[in-house]
Design a protein around this ligand. Structure first.
Ligand SMILES: *Cc1c(COP(=O)(O)O)cnc(C)c1O
Length: 393
């Protein structure tokens, strides 16, 4: 077979393996836990009565909405002084919504930690609606995103309306396993967290870390694309806080006052988030989920670290390695071996390791270990990696 035309090399997910053997390591959208997928399928056995077919202003949908909000609050220990919104426009919607809600004027200053592709994009989008200042996270020597900069007093402008960070850089594979605390003289500034790709996989210290807004687009760990869970500290709400140009669908206060029903919300996606939150509760909650995340990622990093350089990963600081997205290359990116790896793994049902991102295919393959991936699923990949190394050393 001409390997250049093999579907695995262009990111196809249609593996020829039997469907029960397929494991989806895509960076998102991706598979949800099997039990959740089963629950969703059951819902479709009652035609006409799924959330897709319910008016959002019926008691039936109100119950679905209340369940999703209450279970999320329970599972993620979200304090009462935070509002939970289901917002439109994915993660990118929040890149714009944040300054539009927290900066009244275009000249208002906001500080962005930029240490990966997603925080860079958020800063660029945010800068349209405020005066964005960058806390640069590039490694000073290599110019690459491989670390997290120190949040010193000097780095953060005291008049910042917020300090923005991304707690898991999905593409670069850098994760903050706990949120940082701002220096004492900057603790009046709300911390904004893009938790799109790590939400529900570790506890959040809402009050201790001074979280002002945390958002997570659903399509990584908690559901399907389009919907975002946005959690806002209530003192940041208020008619007088947002830019007069903030669109209604993005306005936190408008949507909070309307109980998430200012316009038609993404009803089905909200139902799915409720199912995922239920699943998390039944599986032992966020601490158990964190334990599993550590175990899953360790399986892969151990193979990489014990491979005598056959496999490589860009983030050498183990405290910052992402448990969600494990980037790796083969013999420093050897093209022939990488293609062989992709084709052989794909034929065994291991899919989603090479995907196109808005930032290109990148130098690394990437295994994403969201809630839909079990420890057993991860073992399938780690065992394949060990075998592939033996056969191609
Ligand atoms: C996927 C992702 C986004 C983008 O979300 P969209 O729903 O595509 O707008 C933003 N931030 C992070 C960290 C992501 O992983």
């Amino acid at each position: 077979m001409n390997t250049n035309s093999h579907p695995a090399l262009v990111g196809s997910l249609s593996s020829t393996a039997p469907s029960e053997e397929v494991v989806n390591f895509s960076p998102g959208p991706t598979s949800l836990p099997k039990a959740v997928e089963k629950k969703i399928a059951e819902g479709f056995q009652k035609p006409g009565l799924t959330s897709l077919a319910m008016s959002h202003r019926t008691p039936e949908f109100q119950a679905i909405l209340d369940h999703a909000v209450n279970t999320a609050r329970q599972v993620m220990a979200i304090p009462d002084n935070y509002e939970i919104l289901f917002t439109h426009g994915g993660g990118h919607g929040q890149f714009a919504a944040l300054p539009l809600n927290l900066c009244k004027n275009l000249t208002d200053i906001a500080s962005y930690v930029v240490n990966g592709t997603w925080s860079e994009r958020a800063r660029n989008e945010g800068d349209k609606y405020c005066s964005a200042q960058t806390i640069d996270g590039k490694d000073p020597v290599t110019g690459l995103y491989t670390h997290f900069p120190e949040l010193t007093e000097e780095a953060i402008h005291p008049d910042s309306k917020f300090v923005y960070l991304c707690s898991n850089e999905t593409v670069n594979g850098i994760e903050l396993h706990r949120l940082p605390k701002l220096p004492a003289s900057r603790q009046h500034i709300p911390l904004i967290v893009d938790a799109s790709s790590d939400f529900t996989t570790k506890p959040i210290e809402w009050l201790e870390a001074g979280v002002g807004v945390l958002f997570a687009c659903a399509s990584k760990n908690i559901g399907h694309p389009g919907l975002t869970m946005t959690v806002i500290r209530k003192d940041l709400l208020g008619e007088d806080k947002a830019s007069p140009l903030c669109p209604g669908v993005f306005n936190y206060t408008t949507n909070s006052d309307a109980g998430n029903l200012w316009n038609t919300p993404a009803t089905f996606n909200i139902e799915v988030v409720g199912h995922v939150m239920n699943w998390l509760e039944q599986e032992g909650g966020v601490m158990e989920n964190e334990r599993r995340s550590i175990e899953k990622s360790q399986l892969l990093y151990d193979v990489i670290d014990n491979s005598n350089g056959f496999y490589g990963t860009p983030v050498t600081n183990k405290d910052l390695r992402s448990r969600m997205n494990v980037p790796f290359n083969i013999k420093s990116g050897n093209e022939e071996l990488t293609n062989k790896f992709l084709i052989e793994s794909w034929e065994l049902g291991i899919i989603g390791l090479r995907t196109l991102t808005p930032f290109g295919v990148g130098d690394y393959l990437r295994a994403s270990l969201y809630n839909g991936i079990s420890i057993k699923d991860t073992e399938k990949l780690s065992e394949f990696m060990i075998k592939f190394q033996k056969e191609n050393i």
